[in-house]
Design a protein around this ligand. Structure first.
Ligand SMILES: Cc1cc2nc3c(=O)[nH]c(=O)nc-3n(C[C@H](O)[C@H](O)[C@H](O)COP(=O)(O)OP(=O)(O)OC[C@H]3O[C@@H](n4cnc5c(N)ncnc54)[C@H](O)[C@@H]3O)c2cc1C
Length: 485
């Protein structure tokens, strides 16, 4: 994973822009460059580009989108930025947060109107910390569909996506100017490509157990539910190039992961009045603080296990998630018409469960105060028929990475911009500050899509090329780029 001297390289081909990683960040950056008529090559380690993007719920928060305007939702980038900053206790980069919030609505419109992504606005519940309805995603609410739509758009726009191409080395001058990369094929052969700009969109280090233990020790033994190819390459290249790194202890956890299914059970069932109990039938933390930091609370319980307890009303929005319906189909969601039956199907102690439910019901009626600090009055009390799911806490992705400016340009340790290196998504410093508690739902794809957009636009002048051609209407995906004679 070293940074090599360009004098050692005879580049096989040269392209204006190389993007490492074909997830939401890389494809959004590539689409932006393709719109400008600039040649871009996406190098993707996997045979089929999927990334954590395909594992996600595919929900991207954005303010000021056309879909919001059509529903008369009075959201603005300023309100959105304030929500992101508040969740992170203002310990994130305010300028980057502002830039990302400002570009968010127009980027969703651009993805839909220019690149044909079929997105909708999620209605019916708000994730904790979001003061407006602003989650945009595929109708299925699966990241797999978001990823597929981005790939189709990239294909239509003529983006070259080279798969089974694992970037191993970066060639850079002593001042950090990147000249190209070397990538390795599954048969062990390697090739080089020179470039004017390099965009790192290869996510974080969630799949690198050693780095997780080093930077996020509290999650070292937790299940990792993200993509296995995200091995921290951007951080290691950044270190070698003298780039600034920040918030390496930050991550998105999830405190509601039915195991071994590995995909999250939407937190909507909790925000609408559901709660969590441990195997003793007792609540243990204020669930409304956020699902990310709740991962650790769950992991502290006996066996690292808890139960989501909710009812049919809370379940209604969850049914819109393809993953939820799959969990139903495999029996991960228990149903019970009475409290006694709920205790039986969950094997939870009936007396404790009854006491916990009575306490939550009294809090919802305003007759008691929750000792854990949750305001239950925002939703009706649970009533039969009940639902329950056995869950654990898990690591979804890391949020620390390369420090970037509002153009997604990578910064040196002294804060000055590197000449032609850009980063976004999980490769860059995230938006949640130094820890899991700063993660506002949607920050992951927000950083991926919006820093991809900003990085694509920001890197355009750094290629030194002029816009030469309109994006072709349709070109084959996963083509081998043409070699220069
Ligand atoms: C289960 C789950 C649910 C989630 N739900 C949501 C959600 O609803 N909303 C939200 O905002 N966020 C969510 N997230 C987080 C979100 O998925 C990520 O933050 C986002 O997908 C990151 O996008 P990315 O483009 O940076 O990385 P990825 O989508 O992971 O793409 C990175 C790509 O880089 C490739 N790569 C890595 N190293 C190399 C290399 N050296 N050479 C070539 N290629 C390389 C990888 O193979 C991968 O395809 C969820 C995450 C998980 C795991």
């Amino acid at each position: 994973m070293p940074v090599l001297d360009p004098a050692q390289a005879q580049f096989d081909i040269h392209v204006p822009a190389v993007v490492v990683g074909g997830g939401a960040c890389g494809l959004t950056a590539a689409l932006t460059l393709a719109d400008a008529g600039l040649g871009v090559l996406v190098l993707e380690r996997d045979a089929n580009p999927s990334g954590s993007t395909a594992l996600s719920a595919g929900l991207v928060p954005a303010a000021g989108s056309r879909l919001q305007r059509e529903k008369d939702i009075a959201d603005t980038p300023a309100i959105f930025a304030a929500d992101i900053a508040a969740k992170a206790h203002h310990e994130n980069d305010a300028e980057v947060v502002r830039a990302v919030a400002e570009v968010s609505g127009p980027t969703i419109d651009w993805l839909m109107d220019t690149h044909g992504l079929d997105l909708h606005l999620v209605e019916g519940f708000r994730y904790p910390g979001h003061s407006q309805l602003r989650m945009h995603g595929p109708h299925s609410q699966t990241g797999a569909d978001l990823q597929q739509m981005l790939l189709v758009a990239a294909e239509r726009a003529g983006v070259d996506v080279l798969t089974s191409a694992s970037v191993e080395d970066v060639y850079a001058d002593a001042d950090g100017r990147v000249r190209g990369v070397r990538f390795v094929r599954p048969d062990g052969s390697s090739e080089t490509v020179g470039c004017d700009v390099l965009i790192l969109a290869c996510n974080g280090f969630g799949a690198n157990a050693e780095m997780v233990r080093q930077y996020i020790p509290e999650m070292a033994d937790a299940a990792y539910c993200g993509h296995e190819s995200n091995t921290g390459d951007a951080v290691r290249w950044g270190e070698a190039l003298g780039a600034g790194l920040a918030d390496l202890g930050a991550y998105q956890g999830h405190g509601s992961v039915p195991f071994p299914h590995r995909s999250p059970l939407t937190w909507a069932v909790i925000t609408l009045g559901g709660f969590q109990v441990n195997t003793e039938g007792k609540r243990f933390a204020n669930e409304m603080s956020g699902y990310s930091e709740h991962a650790q609370e769950v992991l502290k319980q006996p066996g690292g296990i808890a139960w989501d307890i909710y009812d049919a009303r809370c379940e209604a929005p969850a049914l819109a998630f393809h993953d939820y319906r799959e969990m139903q189909a495999v029996g991960a969601i228990k149903q019970a018409d009475t409290l006694e039956a709920l205790a039986t199907v969950t094997n939870l102690p009936l007396a404790a469960l009854r006491e916990t439910l009575a306490q939550a019901t009294a809090c919802a009626a305003g007759e008691a105060t929750d000792p854990l600090g949750r305001d239950f009055t925002t939703s009706p009390a649970l009533k039969p028929p009940y639902r329950a799911a056995r869950i654990t806490g898990a690591l979804f992705h890391t949020q620390g990475g390369l420090t970037v400016d509002t153009d997604a340009r990578v910064l040196r340790q002294d804060g000055s911009p590197m000449p032609n290196l850009f980063a976004g998504g999980g490769a860059a410093r995230g938006l949640c500050g130094p820890a899991a508690w700063g993660y506002l739902s949607g920050n992951g794809l927000l950083s991926a899509v919006m820093l991809g957009r900003l990085g694509g636009a920001g890197s355009e002048p750094a290629t030194g090329r002029v816009r030469t051609r309109p994006a072709p209407s349709a070109m084959a995906r996963c083509r081998r780029p043409t070699r220069r004679p």
